[in-house]
Design a protein around this ligand. Structure first.
Ligand SMILES: C[S@@+](CC[C@H](N)C(=O)[O-])C[C@H]1O[C@@H](n2cnc3c(N)ncnc32)[C@H](O)[C@@H]1O
Length: 295
């Protein structure tokens, strides 16, 4: 059996999983059983079924070491998706890295709002031009391209590492021919009119970052979170680009932080954009705002 330094060697896979779940529970993690199962499976390269089938097999020393190393990372609050290096968004498996935000389920509200705001009959057939400002892993752009087979789009970001990740995700999903990526400050490098402009800008008020849960505060990139003193700097920066780039019948869809519907509507209205409707996430928070250019 394992020692204090190496608690897993010589024990079974199932014993390691149970021990990990116990440590995670003691460490105050939200989903100790699930995290333990995923981490043991990842360390051993086994999926859920193989893990169950091999549960009584004894661990070799290097396998035990791999489990111990990943478990230490999780106990320091690194999210499971960062340990795995992937996260699902809109049913798409996306690679993530240290410079990309982990795509959030509530961001799917932006995709839903954009699709709902399009002309339903024609949306699948039109060669719509999509832009995603601050694309990160490419989540929003790639989700929209996956739904709109004749559309093409551009994702921008100020992080080269994020853009490389988005580019790789587009390739892995077979969407490269319709997706390109540009390093620039929001929309500064773009000139052509856009039919669907989406963005999930950094929107946490700077002073609130210290109070976020450790998984977010310590592992999501700061520039994906920090929305300036009041959390609204990203919207102020995006507003003139939206006013300049939106095609006459184009739509702008923005993700919102909690309580930002009023202030973001005011910022965009001052730039000449009219709010159509907010869309609410599963928690009942106004999460996406659809706007159009004034005729
Ligand atoms: C909240 S994250 C959103 C990432 C991705 N769109 C998503 O929803 O998962 C914001 C993104 O904006 C990028 N960003 C921050 N400031 C920017 C700027 N001035 N110009 C372009 N991108 C920026 C960050 O690097 C980050 O990838």
């Amino acid at each position: 059996m394992g020692s204090e330094d190496d608690p897993f060697t010589g024990g079974s896979i199932d014993a390691a999983r149970r021990r990990l779940a116990h440590e995670f529970r003691r460490g105050g993690l939200d989903a100790p059983e699930l995290d333990a199962r995923i981490i043991v499976g990842h360390a051993l390269g086994l999926d859920h079924t193989a893990l169950a089938a091999q549960s009584s097999r004894m661990l070799a020393a290097e396998e035990a070491g791999a489990i111990a190393a990943l478990s230490a990372r999780r106990l320091k609050r690194e999210p499971v998706a960062r340990i795995l290096g992937r996260k699902e968004f809109w049913g798409l498996p996306l690679k993530v890295n240290a410079e990309t935000l982990l795509p959030r389920p509530e961001t799917e509200t932006v995709v839903e709002a954009a699709l709902a705001a399009l002309d339903c009959e024609h949306r699948k057939s039109r060669a719509l031009r999509i832009v995603d400002l601050g694309t990160g892993s490419g989540a929003l752009l790639l989700a929209l391209l996956s739904e709109l087979p004749s559309a093409f789009g551009i994702g921008t970001d100020i992080s080269f590492a994020a853009l490389r990740c988005a580019h790789d995700n587009a390739a892995a999903l077979g969407l490269s021919a319709r997706a390109s990526f540009v390093a620039c400050d929001y929309g500064t490098a773009l000139r052509e009119p856009v039919d669907i402009l989406v963005s999930n800008p950094p929107y946490v008020a700077r002073a609130d970052i210290a109070g976020l849960q450790a998984e977010v505060r310590d592992f999501d990139p700061r520039r994906a979170l920090d929305g300036g003193p009041d959390g609204l700097d990203g919207y102020r920066a995006i507003a003139p680009h939206a006013a300049r780039l939106l095609a006459p019948d184009g739509i702008l869809v923005l993700e919102l932080g909690q309580g930002q519907l009023g202030p973001v509507t005011a910022i965009l209205a001052a730039a000449g954009l009219t709010p159509v409707a907010p869309r609410y996430d599963l928690a009942g928070i106004a999460r996406a705002l659809v706007l159009r250019a004034l005729p």
